[in-house]
Design a protein around this ligand. Structure first.
Ligand code: SAM
Ligand code: TMP
Length: 409
């Protein structure tokens, strides 16, 4: 087993700090009659680059096996996320896009959750989305979508056909893309000299603080910090000019890059860099301690679920998230401990969760009858879900959470 690999950003040595073992594709929900021998597994392990400090997976999964016609994640499924993207789109309209005939390109626009606001405002836009099913949903909303992966060649074609972009945007997408060289060359090619590349992704600082190890799965290849993003940008003539902490998806950062020297970096950049240095975020020892906490969570969660089963209590999963693939497969939680997971996404219902094969059922099953406990895999949507499921709590139901440690509320 190799414990060293080469950094996908700068080519230096990556030192492995945690191995989650054999894992399936986190969004590969199978049909019950599928041949389980055909299910794809890979080794999910994380490491840190000794040079640029980028934390990353040590093994890469082929992009077409993750992002395809049936990619099941629909961004508009959460009311809260819809509001989040609408707010951001309105902010863009008032700032970066408040020019004459601006043009914005979004990579990973999914079902158009962000671009729909810009399209309604009549802004020239283009979504680049390889997953055909969600791209069709965006197109049906009147959004212009190009069904392809964003990479350097795509950027060149867009530049030729539509001219340069004032804003290139990506939410929960850049961290999915190992071929960062091609992406950043493409972004640099496409941007106007005064343009910006804005992206938001889960923040390593929050993952460490909350021990949210379930942010680590096949699709999340990189785990960014201000420091590693600054180093990555510099390799491509780009500069980190702003950062903004976000509470969505369990803690993210919105990074703004601009062509080097084009803009003065905000104080927030220096402040986040200083905080990361104080918390020793980019130290191997810090990451190894995170790994110890992850092992403790596994032990505690399995012990709790086993005890509840012995006591005859019913426990159901809530939210068949991509994140839950890591939890269930790493902890060995299957239908014997969780008979089903309730999820509001039609594309996941009637299927089995990846690897451990827990049936996914629609939300009606959750209340028919309510279980004694619900294991909240979609903990990043806790406020929205708990508000919606007040009857479950009123009926005596309790929520089980596993970050930052196993607890019942
Ligand atoms: N932006 C949405 C959001 O924040 O909810 C969607 C995020 S979803 C987790 C990631 C999306 O990135 C998927 O729709 C996937 O198809 C897309 N994607 C993956 N690789 C891409 C690439 N190279 N270019 C453009 N989109 C990509
Ligand atoms: P995410 O953590 O990647 O956003 O995925 C959230 C999953 O949880 C997605 O499959 C939809 C599901 N979900 C529900 O079942 N009910 C809800 O109220 C919300 C917000 C999400």
């Amino acid at each position: 087993m190799s414990t060293e690999s080469l950094c996908r950003i700068c080519g230096h040595t990556v030192h492995e700090f945690f191995d989650f073992g054999r894992q399936p594709l986190s969004d590969a929900f199978t049909v019950p009659e599928a041949d389980s021998r055909e299910e794809f597994f890979f080794r999910l392990a994380t490491g840190i680059c000794e040079n640029c400090t980028m934390v990353q997976l040590t093994e890469e999964v082929q992009r077409d096996s993750m992002f395809h016609e049936d990619y099941p994640y629909h961004s508009s499924g959460s009311t809260f996320m819809r509001a989040h993207f609408e707010d951001f789109a309105k902010r863009l309209l008032a700032t970066e896009l408040a020019t004459d005939d601006p043009f914005v390109v979004e990579m990973g626009c999914n079902d158009g959750v962000m671009l729909s606001t810009l399209a309604a405002a009549g802004v020239r836009h283009l979504g680049v989305e390889p997953s055909g099913g969600v791209a069709d949903v965006a197109a049906a909303k009147g959004i212009r979508v190009r069904k392809s992966f964003f990479e350097e060649s795509t950027a060149r074609e867009i530049l030729e056909e539509e001219g340069p972009a004032d804003v290139v945007y990506a939410a929960n997408t850049l961290c999915h893309i190992p071929y960062m060289d091609s992406i950043l060359r493409g972004v640099k090619t496409l941007l106007t000299p005064t343009g910006v590349f804005v992206f938001e992704d889960p923040y390593l600082g929050d993952i460490l603080e909350r021990t949210s190890f379930d942010q680590i799965y096949d699709e999340h290849f990189f785990f960014f910090t201000a420091r590693s993003v600054q180093a990555m940008a510099a390799l491509h003539g780009l500069e980190l000019v702003d950062v903004e902490r976000l509470t969505v998806h369990g803690g993210e950062v919105r990074y703004t890059l601009a062509p080097s020297g084009a803009r003065t970096p905000s104080d927030a950049v220096a402040e986040l860099l200083a905080e990361e240095a104080r918390n020793q975020v980019a130290e191997l020892a810090t990451l190894e301690k995170f790994g110890e906490r992850v092992n403790n969570i596994r032990e505690d969660l399995v012990a709790l679920l086993s005890r509840l089963r012995e006591e005859g209590a019913t426990v159901v999963g809530y939210g068949a998230t991509a994140k839950s693939a890591t939890v269930n497969n790493f902890c060995g939680i299957g239908p014997d401990l969780i008979p089903f997971v309730s999820d509001s996404t039609p594309a996941k219902q009637g299927r089995l969760t990846p690897g451990v094969h827990i049936p996914v059922r629609d939300p009606e099953a959750f209340s028919d009858p309510y279980p004694d406990y619900a294991l909240l895999f979609a903990w990043n949507h806790a406020d929205e879900i708990m508000a919606k499921e007040q009857e479950f709590s009123a009926a005596g139901g309790r929520w089980i959470l596993y970050v930052p440690e196993v607890h019942i509320v």
